[in-house]
Design a protein around this ligand. Structure first.
Ligand code: COA
Length: 381
């Protein structure tokens, strides 16, 4: 529950077409998300996250040979330069992991700068490979004083992340669930962080600057931070009954319930059913099933009282919890996935660039005469 009011006197650009893209579409009804024409239902069933990343970055599904070589490049890109390790050790243990990724991305831009726009696919793949390593090197160093090796034999980004986090090979269901989740988070048209990346790109800034701007934009609870906030909300309730009265009370106080509602989708979020189904399969322990029952009750109350549906973040939160992923790492997982979409947008923006600089309606004071400070200090008398 957030104390932030959802009221605003401006439209937040809702409904404004701010550019053209061939990367993804929410469909004419805003109910079906497609990446380059392929429905996310098909992609989550038949493609790995790496195949989806290739699709987003290159515009077409990969051949077996292309996906094999991409896998090898991503594995190679998991290495951390020594200067990066030193930086991560210097950051305070209290740093939010999103700030770790934002700083890590910026640091990599100093260590391995983009020499020319011809390097753009190299940078995109470097970031896809390296973000789990940056995050989990920092995490283990500060949590248990370990300097971990960031190379793992895991072929997938999902397997690599879970192996580094837990120090052992992941269960097949966990790796599959995280892989699907990465696909669901990989891309979403002109959302706030992608738009931030495109604005930075349109100034002809380097790749790392665009991605750093996107990470900073994703951090807020109205955007990527909603999955962490949703988990904190669910944890407050021990039973579905407690959840029902807690949510009714929050709605009466006009509080925002994180993980519900969407700027684009008005009927349902097509990603939510996929992740809810996985979350229910992952809920094995008694405590997991209790939490899942709480989440379903919140969904029911929100629909009955507000006609609001869960967005991707709501059931992602429980799915991540059931994989024993700490809540503070939820939004960073969003970064690990969305860097595929952000990178595709950087590349697309560069291919047909124009500086993005809208106008504002001025609502300030009318022109008025300047009045100097009377008896200004040091003024000649
Ligand atoms: N909880 C409670 N009420 C909500 C709500 C929520 N999560 N989301 C929207 N509403 C209500 C608003 O209060 C508003 O009610 P009103 O008409 O009585 O004033 C109405 O629904 C319309 O909402 P609005 O804020 O205009 O929608 P928006 O398009 O500007 O906002 C979000 C979209 C996503 C920012 C908003 O739904 C939200 O803040 N959700 C919670 C954060 C979240 O989950 N973000 C992740 C998005 S993927």
């Amino acid at each position: 529950m957030s104390n932030i009011s959802s009221k605003s006197k401006t439209g937040g650009l809702a409904g404004v077409v701010a550019g053209r893209t061939a990367i993804s579409s929410v469909g004419s009804e805003g109910t079906d998300l497609c990446y380059r024409g392929y429905s996310i239902r098909d992609l989550t069933k038949h493609a790995s996250f790496e195949e989806v990343a290739h699709l987003l970055l290159r515009g077409a599904l990969p051949t077996q040979r292309q996906i094999d070589t991409l896998g090898i490049r991503l594995q190679h890109n998991r290495e951390l330069p020594n200067d990066m390790r030193r930086l991560l050790e210097t950051l305070p243990a209290s740093t939010h992991p999103m700030d770790v990724l934002r700083t890590g991305c910026s640091m990599l831009g100093c260590l391995e700068p983009e020499q020319s726009f011809e390097d753009q696919h190299i940078v995109a793949e470097r970031l896809l490979g390296v973000f789990p390593s940056i995050l989990l090197y920092w995490y283990h160093y500060h949590l248990d004083g370990k300097r971990i090796e960031t190379a793992t034999a895991a072929p997938s980004v999902a397997g690599h992340f879970l192996s580094l986090l837990h120090g052992q090979d992941p269960k097949a269901l966990h790796e599959h669930a995280l892989d699907v989740s990465l696909t669901l988070y990989a891309e979403h048209e002109f959302n706030a962080s992608t738009f931030a990346a495109r604005i930075a790109t349109a100034t002809l800034a380097d790749f790392y600057s665009a991605i750093t701007a996107a990470i900073g934009t994703l951090r807020g609870p109205l955007h990527g931070g909603a999955n962490e906030a949703a988990m904190e909300l669910m944890h407050r309730f021990a039973t579905p009954e407690e959840a029902e009265s807690g949510i009714l009370d929050a709605l009466a106080k006009k509080r925002l319930i994180m993980g519900f509602g969407h700027r684009v989708y008005k009927i349902r979020d097509p990603r939510s059913d996929v992740i809810k189904d996985l979350s229910s399969k992952l809920a094995c322990a008694d405590s997991d099933r209790r939490l899942f029952a709480v989440s379903e009750k919140i969904e029911k109350v929100m629909w009955e009282k507000k006609k609001l549906f869960p967005n991707l973040d709501f059931y992602s939160a429980t799915a991540f919890r059931f994989m024993n992923i700490p809540t503070l790492l939820f939004t960073p997982i969003f970064v690990i996935a969305r860097v595929a979409g952000w990178s595709a947008h950087v590349i697309e923006q560069r291919s047909d660039n124009k500086l993005i600089r809208p106008s504002a309606k001025y609502i300030g004071a009318a022109p008025r005469p300047f009045e100097p400070i009377k008896e200004r200090k040091g003024a000649a008398s």
